[in-house]
Design a protein around this ligand. Structure first.
Ligand code: ATP
Length: 309
């Protein structure tokens, strides 16, 4: 290890394509042994940001330090210390899975055991298959194996589970957790809320190349602190009496037919008001639940867009 206290530091990053900013003043921080998730809708600037950090793309403004080194100036000194799993991947069509992982391992001073990695990523059954015969999900896991086999200090994973089934996704998550426990810093981009919530210590939500919110998964979903109360009942109920009985700051609506939503500072008193009102109406509220906002809700609220699933 280098002893660097920061694995990645980005300040005021600006990247323009034909004069138009794809990344517009972005700041990021990632410490060793932590996982940072970049979340954003299509075109938000995630891949561009990651490629600048990988030293694959030039920037127009800002400062980037990868393990204390500017990736634009010294990619050779960084190559053995950084793992890269690009979107799309790619390899020589005839190369076999185990062979490929072994080749990359042979370039590293202290690699992970390629057989362990192939097994861990669920690739043992196709270890002798050539690249061109692999499914997209197998290709993706092979790309991940190649990114980490050299025992890097920092790994960039651009949508690491985009083409995987739930089982493949779990295997990748397990590996990311193992890397983290080993002190590796991981920057990943993802469209999957669950992935960000499961893996990330810190989530940065980007839109139009800018940070629109950031924090731990817990702090992001608690932001605003309000909870919501939902229930299902007959459509079209007159909500005026309920609305007037709720404390100031609480609202009630019927966003979709037969599905009711109370928003605001939901406390036991509000819950009791709602259930009493239902009782007076002779209504049995189905699926009554009090919940925090999900990361999906936060994202939608901030960007006005849903994530690609
Ligand atoms: P996705 O989730 O779809 O991969 P992203 O958040 O990774 O999106 P980028 O690929 O970084 O976003 O793209 C950011 C913006 O820059 C988009 O508007 C995109 O069309 C544009 N862009 C990306 N690469 C180029 C390029 N080589 N030339 C011109 N414009 C580009």
């Amino acid at each position: 290890m280098s002893g660097a206290t920061s694995a990645l530091e980005v300040r005021g990053l600006v990247v323009r394509y034909q004069g138009h900013p794809a990344v517009d003043g972005l700041d990021l921080d990632l410490a060793p042994g932590r996982v940072l998730a970049l979340l954003g809708p299509n075109g938000a600037g995630k891949t561009t940001t990651v490629e600048v950090c990988e030293g694959l793309r030039s920037r127009d403004e800002g400062r980037v330090a990868v393990l204390g080194v500017d990736p634009a100036g010294a990619p050779d000194t960084l190559r053995s210390r950084v793992g890269v799993m690009p979107q799309g991947g790619g390899a020589y069509p005839g190369v076999r899975v185990r062979e490929m992982v072994g080749l990359v391992a042979a370039c590293a001073a202290d690699p992970l055991d390629p057989d362990w990695l192939v097994e861990t990523l669920g690739l043992a059954s196709c270890a002798r298959k050539p690249y061109k015969r692999l499914s997209v999900g197998q290709q993706q896991r092979l790309a991940l194996a190649c990114a980490v086999v050299g025992r890097p200090e920092l790994v960039f994973l651009d949508e690491p589970t985009a083409s995987l089934d739930p089982q493949g996704r779990r295997l990748v998550w397990e590996l990311v957790r193992a890397l983290r426990a080993d002190g590796v810093a991981v920057l990943l981009t993802t469209h999957l809320m669950q992935e960000a919530e499961e893996l990330a210590d810190h989530i940065v939500i980007v839109d139009h190349g800018r940070v629109v919110a950031q924090g731990s998964p817990e702090s992001l979903t608690a932001a605003g602190a309000d909870r919501e109360l939902r229930f299902r009942a007959a459509p079209g109920m007159d909500l005026r009496l309920l609305a007037s009985a709720l404390p100031e700051g609480c609202t009630v609506s019927e966003p979709t037919s037969g599905s009711y939503l109370v928003e605001g500072a939901i406390d036991p008193q509000v819950l009791s008001t709602v259930t009493s009102w239902c009782a007076r109406q002779g209504v049995l509220a189905d699926d009554l639940r009090v919940a925090r906002r999900s990361l999906e809700d936060v994202f939608l609220e901030l960007t006005g867009r849903e994530l690609r699933s």
